[in-house]
Design a protein around this ligand. Sequence first.
Ligand SMILES: Cc1cc2nc3c(=O)[nH]c(=O)nc-3n(C[C@H](O)[C@H](O)[C@H](O)COP(=O)(O)OP(=O)(O)OC[C@H]3O[C@@H](n4cnc5c(N)ncnc54)[C@H](O)[C@@H]3O)c2cc1C
Length: 520
Amino acid sequence: MTETAWDIIVVGAGSAGCALAVRSADKGKRVLLLEAGPDYRSAHMHPAWRSPNPIRALLDPTAVENLVWTGLDAARTEKQAAAPYWRGRGVGGSSSINGQIAIRPPMEDFDDWVGWGCAGWGPDDVLPYFAKLEDDEEFGAEPYHGRGGPTPIYRMSQENWGSVDTALCKAALSAGHAWAADVNAPHAMGVSPYPINSRSGRRVSVNDAYLEAARDSSTLTIRGDALVDRVIFAGDRAIGVRIIVDGTVVTEHADEVILSAGAVHSPAILLRSGIGPSGQLRSLGIAVRQDLPVGYGLQDHPMAVVSIPLIDEAGIQSPDDRHTNVCVRYTSKPGAPVGDMMFVSQNQNVVAMANPDMRALAGAFGVWVNQVYSRGTLTLTSTDPADQPQIHSRMLSDERDLSRLRDGIRDLVELARDPAVAAITHGPLEAENKALFAVLDSDSELDDHLLATVSDVQHATSTCRMGATGNADTVVDPSCRVLGTDGLRVVDASIFPSVPRANTNLTAIMVGELMADRIR
Ligand SMILES: Cc1cc2nc3c(=O)[nH]c(=O)nc-3n(C[C@H](O)[C@H](O)[C@H](O)COP(=O)(O)OP(=O)(O)OC[C@H]3O[C@@H](n4cnc5c(N)ncnc54)[C@H](O)[C@@H]3O)c2cc1C
């Protein structure tokens, strides 16, 4: 084999890609990290993204410009029209624009992964990497935690919580939920402060945590504004990538190509490379290299809210006040998977941003299905890498998700009737949530309402699922190798067999950390 310039090309400088690229370069591998969006140093990040409240930046066009993919839409259910779906762009990927919530799934998730054929991904395998990636200032001394890792883990003290945080905490404790001070303890369940990846009140993305310290590495090359079109092959072996730079086609070659372009764009690159459902590929005139279920299996957490009309003193007082600090992980009923549901506080209503019927500054309680069965699809619309794929999330299409969200929203309404909420509310809840309260007592009408209004929480996963090689759903094997190919892996949130019972960022970083140790 001829000598290549790179041992590894990593496509995408997001949560998984940064961890993977930097740790691999630390081991002496020659790594080229390609990123479609801008490459910039930590000091040059738009200041709005440093804020503890990401809504500040999401409402600021100068902050969103270049760092959020445009033209990307998703239909959340078959009863909803397609609407924008946020994904991060530029170094740091989605970790640069996310809500900074730094929460691990319960370890039971990884028992499931092993059960689905992901050998080597059990709780004992992944826990050391959750510890390695973090610097937990409060619980770092616990055996299942870490100190000194790249990602700071911080919890806001209760006296600095917002009024909705405090109200959810009180209401949930009164309703019998336990207090769990550390939601990241392996089997934590109950009311918890939401940890965030923040230091001194400022976001720490994976660009800050991993790339910034590695800028002088002799083995890591970072290239921004490099849109990867597809993978180049010699026979079944991946030998490089075709890249669009300033409208010009460039190629780079490596011993190994690793896609870390996230759950939307890694499958899109595979599809353009001829790896995916054969019928879809043929309809676009793409030669079929491997017939695999790429893009099938998409998951996210479906969320419904009860809007809370806050009195002036209870609303956020500055655009930098944190939008949420409290979550309640709970089990829907005896026999259900543990922690299959989640309540969250919203000092500022995130969903209102996408919904013209809701006042943007109202507070809210949210409930989402945390352990999800429904699966959506992602398909290519053209072979042009500048075009965005089409997403049908098909949230709540599985009756088990719909029925748990139906029960969940009724439980949430009960929590919102707690005196702790009344103390921060002006006017009746019914007036603020007319459409919801009108259907609360009818299962079928409530289902229609949920299907028409449910939102995602930007936790896209599972579009290139990892699993046993004989399984019809599998795209990558437990070593993240794309089936039927050599020298090609996917390492990011696309490979999660299922969306974790937690926000997804820490799990994506964990996958990058773990694979950096496994790839020889
Ligand atoms: C608005 C928002 C809020 C969120 N809030 C939270 C939260 O509070 N807590 C949490 O845990 N999770 C949150 N998430 C989810 C979490 O951030 C993601 O699950 C995680 O960052 C995914 O990591 P990844 O490595 O799979 O992909 P990403 O971090 O998205 O990285 C993919 C990278 O690949 C690049 N790329 C894409 N296509 C190409 C191409 N063709 N060529 C080259 N590069 C390409 C992208 O520009 C991007 O930089 C949020 C996400 C969003 C969008």
